[in-house]
Design a protein around this ligand. Sequence first.
Ligand code: HEM
Length: 192
Amino acid sequence: MSDFLTVMRSRTSDIHSQVEREISLEKHLGDLSGYRDLLLRFASIWIPVEESIKASELRNCDTIELNRRMRSEDIRNDLTTVKSRLSDRSSGLDDLIAVTEMTMEEAVGALYVLEGSRFGGSVILREAGHLGITPALGGKFFSGYGKETGAMWKQFTNWADSVLAADRLECAADGADQCFSYFLRQFQITSS
Ligand code: HEM
């Protein structure tokens, strides 16, 4: 396994399990408004974290197709689609979290979290099928890159290994841990 993945996994596997436990699929996939709440919680983190990644030194990196990896637009579109099927059309998207500036290493760590979440996203998408959610109808954000999912993950992790010297891996892991903690906090808040 790559050094990058070894360090990322050893530093974040506990918090990943915690996040996974906090996201109640029973609550969020029981009906469409639960799914909207799930999207809103993701969006409140996703949009500012992506902004911060795009403002970091990673913006100059063409190798990993950064723009293609960004999903803020997908989640905004999914919210619009879902909203149009609900009688309560409020968006609630004014609740974005505050994200601090990221170093290049922290941005790589945060991107590891965002990209890795596609693995869980495919589980969510499958389980949301009974609500009429598909990649074309409200589920684009949770869908992967289709047949290219494995290749995109490999491209990113190989690249991370090539740019991060061994003594910078812990800084990337700090960025990943920080990013996971945003999700943990957001899903620990009980919905009103
Ligand atoms: C119900 C929610 C979730 C489920 C069921 C879930 C499930 C999974 C699964 C099955 C994998 C693949 C494990 C493997 O093949 O070794 C994975 C990997 C991963 N997930 Fe999650 N996940 C969830 C939520 C999240 C969230 C919200 C994030 C981040 C925001 C996240 C970040 C990651 C990362 C970074 C990896 C890659 C780990 C690696 O290969 O190094 N997951 N998840």
